[in-house]
Ligand binder design. Structure first.
Ligand SMILES: [Zn+2]
Length: 435
């Protein structure tokens, strides 16, 4: 591809948060070759395509740093329960009925939803049919971090089998799809994995030279139980297992004190903040203003739609930003400039992909999203960045590119059969509820 998109508003999410209006992007092959303000009159070469954006807005491809795509089938299956009962009484029994076909259909449904709302990269933690999921990601042209969530409350033989499987999945997929797929190792959580097994998983990740990921300090009950069982709160507990010795990303971190934040900051642990899931399950609100003040990398994840109930990362960002203002009674708590980075540059850093993606910058991969700026809720059009953070939603996404390849055109996925996927998901869910 050798293409210039011009006459648009380019929201870069770079270090200075530059917005070029009007601006242009020159995409050459898979890379952003040039970006700038004004007109691209100086760019001339044989065969180059010019595309007039007519004032549309361009943002980086969005990055969802925590989720479980096979649970997309369980959207609306259970509402209004706390995490423990929700998992044990509603989610786990249904997940036991998930067939290979259902997992594939469900993951594809999540991919359609994510792509059409501007997400190009996502972390997927699951325990079933990961090879099929990774294959579907590759075929869809998206990016994903594939990681097998490991529950360690089982026999030593089962633990070993699960870890071997997780390692094998990581070895198979890390770097595949021309670098679009990477891997992590993930003990599910300190409450579902004994500490010596967490230590073993973390050391296996270091041998593979990949990061680790886990759920941590999601509910106050989890923290209390950790103290009762192990005499330590989850952060110190994980620190002692060596979990933070290499690159680490933890999801939630809702119930966390200042001392724990210092440990996370010193160990350069990144956070995936999942505000809507934490609200829906009544878990609480993570102190991300404090995290940002301490220099911690804070990104945003949706968690699964079973506790969200959608994968719209623009809405998730808005919730993250507004919650901090309300909870801290401080309208400056998280700003517009910080907000956009939660789902772009910070997400890339949290996944260890900041040398490739996360902003619209010369030399990075050409992952970007074009928003329709003509809707009523985006008028008047000046202050595009403010509108993206405080007024837009995933429904404003028109076109999506990953590595210079167009994956969504005029709100339609080009490499995923939406109608077939919707049909299959409805069929599988119906079968699971009557069996
Ligand atoms: Zn989760």
């Amino acid at each position: 591809m050798d293409k210039v998109l011009y006459n648009g508003v380019i929201i870069t999410a770079n270090e200075e948060n530059d917005v070029y209006s009007p601006g242009y992007i020159h995409v050459k092959d898979e890379i952003i070759n040039e970006i700038g303000e004004g007109s691209p009159h100086h760019i001339t070469s044989e065969g180059i395509q010019f595309h007039n954006l007519n004032g549309k807005w361009v943002i980086p491809g969005l990055i969802n740093t925590h989720g479980h795509t096979p649970m997309t089938l369980l959207r609306g299956h259970s509402d209004d329960l706390p995490l423990k009962r929700w998992l044990q009484e509603k989610m786990w029994p249904m997940e036991q009925k998930l067939t290979r076909e259902a997992v594939i259909a469900s993951s594809k449904l999540a991919m359609v939803e994510m792509l059409k709302s501007g997400t190009t990269t996502f972390l997927d933690m699951y325990h079933l049919f990961l090879d099929d999921i990774a294959n579907a990601v590759d075929n869809a042209g998206m990016r994903a971090v594939i990681t097998r969530g490991i529950i360690g409350l089982c026999s030593r033989e089962e633990q070993k089998a699960k870890l071997d499987e997780a390692i094998s999945i990581a070895q198979t997929w890390h770097g595949k799809g021309d670098g679009r797929l990477t891997a992590m190792l993930s003990p599910h959580s300190p409450y579902l994995c004994p500490p010596n097994f967490i230590a073993e998983i973390a050391s296996a990740a270091r041998e593979l030279n990949i990061p680790v990921h886990t759920h941590m300090s999601e509910t106050s009950q989890e923290v209390e139980e950790n103290v009762l069982k192990y005499g330590k709160r989850p952060v110190e507990h994980l620190l002692n297992t060596g979990f933070f010795n290499g690159e680490a990303l933890v999801a939630h971190a809702v119930h966390i004190n200042d001392e724990e934040l210092d440990i996370l900051s010193q160990n350069q642990v990144a956070i995936s903040h999942n505000p809507m899931s934490n609200l829906k399950l009544g878990s609480g609100v993570a102190p991300i203003q404090k995290m940002l003040q301490k220099g911690i990398t804070v990104s945003v994840g949706t968690d699964s739609v079973a506790s969200n109930n959608n994968l719209d990362l623009i809405q998730e960002m808005r919730m993250a930003v507004l919650l901090q203002k309300g909870v801290n009674e401080d309208p400056t708590a998280v700003t517009v400039d910080e907000g956009i980075k939660l789902i772009t540059a910070n997400g890339a850093k949290a996944l260890g992909l900041d040398q490739k993606i996360g902003s619209i910058k010369k030399g990075l991969d050409a992952d970007f999203v074009i928003l329709d700026s003509s809707a009523a809720h985006l008028q008047p059009k000046l202050n595009a960045l403010s509108h993206v953070v405080y007024s837009a939603s995933g429904a404003d996404v028109l076109d999506v590119y990953v590595k210079g390849k167009q994956l969504v055109k005029d709100r339609q996925c080009l490499f995923l059969d939406e109608e077939k996927i919707f049909y299959e998901c409805n069929k599988h869910y119906q079968m699971m509820t009557i069996s």
